[in-house]
Design a protein around this ligand. Structure first.
Ligand SMILES: Nc1ncnc2c1ncn2[C@@H]1O[C@H](COP(=O)(O)OP(=O)(O)OP(=O)(O)O)[C@@H](O)[C@H]1O
Ligand SMILES: [Mg+2]
Length: 234
């Protein structure tokens, strides 16, 4: 569904991605693992069209999307739940969700999508008219996911969705991601909970200094001595 080939990204003179290639098959979960500053967020932001690559190809559903504006990429069905839940705190939960459906692909059937999202997150349903800023951190993350789903994505990229959540909320978040995967959603997952993300992932990549240094199935990486030592604390 998504193929990234030889991607280079620079911030000024500083190279953040160096020849990155990844493949994401439809209906699978792909984990991207790496230390702070490895380039995980840069990769997601380049795929989503927020950052422009210096070189390389990005193909989504057979279409070359490298360099397209982010709203166009989003309208092709490539959704993103950004680092640090970017919800609108003064708008209500209902309004935040409605913002997710402004892209053309989401307009038809937006009412049905809305009902499905509320069924997925009953806690949001009880608080629809409340300002989003009054939600707990975990609830705000649910809202961010709900808003993304309102755009009817075929592929969702999650960037550190569990950051700052309590253990109970992390548990619930992973259950939500597992349920989306079970429903056939294609997922790219960047997570500090490396073990949990590798357990979910059919395919995984390790990024170091902007380069893919290791790849394999989630299971293979979980068993890899270098991954164990660097990311699993074993
Ligand atoms: N806007 C920016 N301007 C300049 N350099 C940046 C910018 N954003 C990121 N970088 C640099 O690019 C590199 C990759 O950063 P990136 O945020 O992609 O890493 P990350 O793997 O997501 O890290 P983390 O786990 O801390 O979120 C880092 O060296 C970072 O300092
Ligand atoms: Mg990051």
């Amino acid at each position: 569904m998504l193929t990234v080939t030889d991607l280079d990204l620079f911030y000024g003179d500083a190279q953040a991605l160096d020849g990155v290639s990844i493949t994401v098959a439809a209906g699978t979960t792909t984990a991207i693992v790496g230390a702070n500053g490895a380039g995980k967020t840069s990769l997601i932001r380049t795929i989503s069209g927020i950052l422009k690559p210096a070189r390389g190809r990005i193909t989504f559903k057979g279409k070359d999307i490298a360099g397209l504006p982010s709203h166009v990429v989003c309208d092709l069905g490539l959704g993103q739940v950004a680092e640090g839940r970017q919800i609108f705190p003064t708008l209500s939960i209902r309004e935040n969700l409605e913002m997710g459906a402004v892209i053309p692909r989401a307009r038809a059937g937006a009412k049905d999508t809305f009902e499905r999202v509320l069924a997925l997150f009953p806690r949001l349903k009880e608080r629809l008219e409340q300002a989003a800023g009054t939600l707990s951190g975990g609830e705000q993350q649910m809202l961010a996911i709900g808003r993304c789903l309102m755009g009817k994505p075929e592929l969702i990229m999650f960037d550190e969705p569990s950051l700052g959540l309590s253990p109970a909320m992390v548990h619930e978040l992973f259950r939500t991601i597992r349920n989306l995967a079970a429903d056939g959603m294609t997922i790219i997952l960047v997570e500090q909970n490396v073990a949990a993300s590798l357990k979910l992932a059919q395919q995984a990549y390790v990024l170091e200094n902007g380069r893919v240094v290791l790849s394999g199935t989630g299971e293979q990486l979980l068993a890899d001595p270098a991954v164990k030592q660097a990311y699993l604390g074993l």
